[in-house]
Design a protein around this ligand. Structure first.
Ligand code: ADP
Ligand code: MG
Length: 314
């Protein structure tokens, strides 16, 4: 049993002009026990919608989402509540994800208190342990969010997410709102905690350098669908989908020699609207390799080399 199993997930929103916004439109992926799965793609491709669905914040329009084997689609409130304990989310913005009027001790302990797992002294001890795990001190418990830096606030959010010992940590752009100088610390903290607790993680980011740093496998999304899934090394060394290649080409290489040698595959044009996606392959309007078949037929995911790719030409 995988920690997370998503099959043909669709999440559609009511559109302003009648046509539904097909934010997620047939996504399948899994996250194995202890694994970190990256989910990358340009802004608006549906990453956050997938993330929110896996923690039960959004209901699927169709398809299946299973956390530790429990189906979320159509689940009743009790089941959803139980699943939410197993799948915790770390959001992008540590400022809005903490209540400014709650001490951080109360914020971190709240999931334990609300579920009747600990109270009083036992709760205070659990909170102190959680703060320690994320590199904060027990005496911080009495302070308020505004007394902390952005990086420290994200540590607090992570401590709160760990409180119920989840099997799956869903991180949606967890360092995008932070100063560049503290990003690596928070990423390393997440990697350490995950290894220590044997957690799985779905790690959402538009930043390929970040994904490369923390993920075992990577799924590339384009306009509500999966374009390619591969192990981290295979994806970065030999991307198979033209979209993956274009994304990788846009990441600057730290080594100037490598950077100069890199093929330039410019991503032409705008991302089409998910309310009116192109027929056939959704990437065909921007693809440098586009062929006739791409305009007509939706490419199925198939194995190519070490990747699974949705491309007629790969
Ligand atoms: N509640 C909503 N109502 C209508 N459209 C939405 C809603 N949430 C997201 N969308 C649309 O769905 C698409 C995917 O959004 P999102 O999942 O936030 O993408 P990402 O996280 O990759 O940037 C976008 O076109 C976005 O405008
Ligand atoms: Mg997002």
């Amino acid at each position: 049993m995988h920690t997370l199993e998503i099959s043909d997930l669709k999440v559609h929103f009511p559109g302003r002009h009648g046509a539904p916004v097909r934010a997620v439109d047939g996504v399948s992926l899994h996250v194995a026990a202890g694994e970190t799965m990256g989910l990358v793609g340009e802004s608006g491709c549906g990453k956050t919608t997938v993330a929110n669905t896996t923690v039960g914040l959004l209901g699927p329009s169709a398809g299946s989402v299973k956390v530790m084997g429990t189906e979320l689609a159509g689940a009743d409130r009790r089941t959803l509540r139980a699943v939410r304990a197993r799948a915790q989310m770390v959001f992008q913005d540590p400022v809005t994800s903490l209540n400014p009027r709650m001490t951080i001790g109360d914020a971190v302990g709240e999931p334990l208190y609300v579920r009747g797992i600990a109270s009083g002294r036992a709760l205070r001890e659990r909170v102190a342990g959680l703060l320690d795990e994320v590199g904060l001190r027990p005496e911080h418990a009495g302070r308020y969010p505004h007394q902390f830096s952005g990086g420290q606030r994200q540590r607090i959010v992570i401590a709160r997410a760990l409180a119920l010992r989840p099997a799956l940590l869903v991180c949606d752009e967890p360092v995008s709102a932070l100063d560049v100088s503290v990003r690596a610390q928070i990423l390393n903290l997440l990697v350490d905690l995950q290894a220590r607790h044997g957690m799985s993680s779905l790690f959402v980011s538009h930043d390929l350098a970040v994904v490369r740093h923390v993920c075992d496998r990577v799924a590339v999304m384009y306009l509500g669908r999966i374009a390619e899934v591969a192990g981290r090394d295979a994806l970065f060394a030999s991307p198979r989908h033209p979209y993956t290649r274009a994304l990788l080409a846009s990441v600057p290489e730290p080594d100037p020699v490598v950077q100069r040698a890199k093929p330039r595959v410019p991503l032409a044009g705008e991302i089409p609207s998910p309310a009116d996606p192109p027929a056939g392959c959704r990437f065909h309007t921007r693809c440098p390799m586009v062929a006739e078949v791409c305009r007509r037929e939706v490419p199925a995911l198939r194995a190519v080399g070490e990747s699974v790719v949705a491309c007629h030409l790969a």
